[in-house]
Ligand binder design. Structure first.
Ligand SMILES: Cc1cn([C@H]2C[C@H](O)[C@@H](COP(=O)(O)OP(=O)(O)OP(=O)(O)O)O2)c(=O)[nH]c1=O
Length: 205
């Protein structure tokens, strides 16, 4: 039995899998917060604030004083913050905006332990052109529904991505390099954990 090293305040299966990639045994907590930007709030401030709110919501219900991790991801293009699409038309509009150009993916991470720590991950993503019919077919696949910016780089959305500069895991929802640094400051180290990530088994990757 592995000892839980921290709590993840998230319902996102991606964040759970990414944390598992580090081999860190963790408990799950709900992180239900209002995810609307404040008037005049920058995208950077927004993702950090929401990550903190998720971690604080988790802290309220955490069964022990272990560190609590929260994160929030947004796609930013033309100064607009794109969250999850409301419907097919919203997703089509998002992909039309992103088509044939570069955008930024911001992920804010917050760790509440002995201290309150936050970090921002920023990645530049270059898309190829996306035809409207292709965007419709992509929506029908179901993949874009719960993803910021209406695409998933880890899924078929990879077909749109010409190149990225920054953090791949940050785009998927939890930048592991930055997250590991925050956790290390709380004394949580992947090397101390004996958990074998279930999706890798004992095979050499
Ligand atoms: C851009 C992009 C986003 N995403 C996901 C990451 C996030 O899960 C989601 C953005 O929504 P978030 O509000 O950041 O997270 P969430 O609601 O899924 O989970 P939580 O319970 O922690 O609030 O978009 C991808 O999976 N792949 C991508 O390429």
């Amino acid at each position: 039995m592995n000892e839980v090293a921290l709590y993840l305040a998230s319902r996102s299966p991606r964040r759970r899998e990414l944390l598992q990639q580090l081999g860190l045994a963790h408990g799950l907590l709900p992180a239900d917060v209002d995810e609307s930007p404040l008037p005049g709030e920058s995208a950077e401030a927004f993702v950090i604030r929401i990550a903190l709110e998720k971690a604080r919501a988790g802290r309220q219900v955490a069964p022990s004083p272990l560190p609590v991790l929260g994160a929030d991801t947004a796609v930013v293009c033309d100064g607009r913050i794109l969250g999850k699409p409301a419907d097919a038309a919203d997703a089509a509009a998002m992909l039309a905006l992103l088509s044939g150009r570069a955008h930024r993916v911001l992920t804010g991470v917050a760790v509440l332990g002995q201290r309150e720590q936050t970090v921002l991950s920023e990645t530049r993503v270059q898309f190829r052109q996306i035809a409207p019919a292709e965007a419709d077919a992509y929506w029908a696949s179901g993949e874009p529904r719960d993803k910021a910016g209406a695409y998933a780089i880890q899924g078929r959305g990879a077909l749109f991505v010409e190149r990225i500069s920054g953090s791949y895991t940050g785009v998927v929802g939890l930048p592991l390099f930055e997250t590991a640094r925050l956790l290390a400051a709380e004394g949580v180290h992947p090397w101390d954990s004996t958990l074998v990530p279930s999706n890798l088994g004992n095979q050499t990757p």
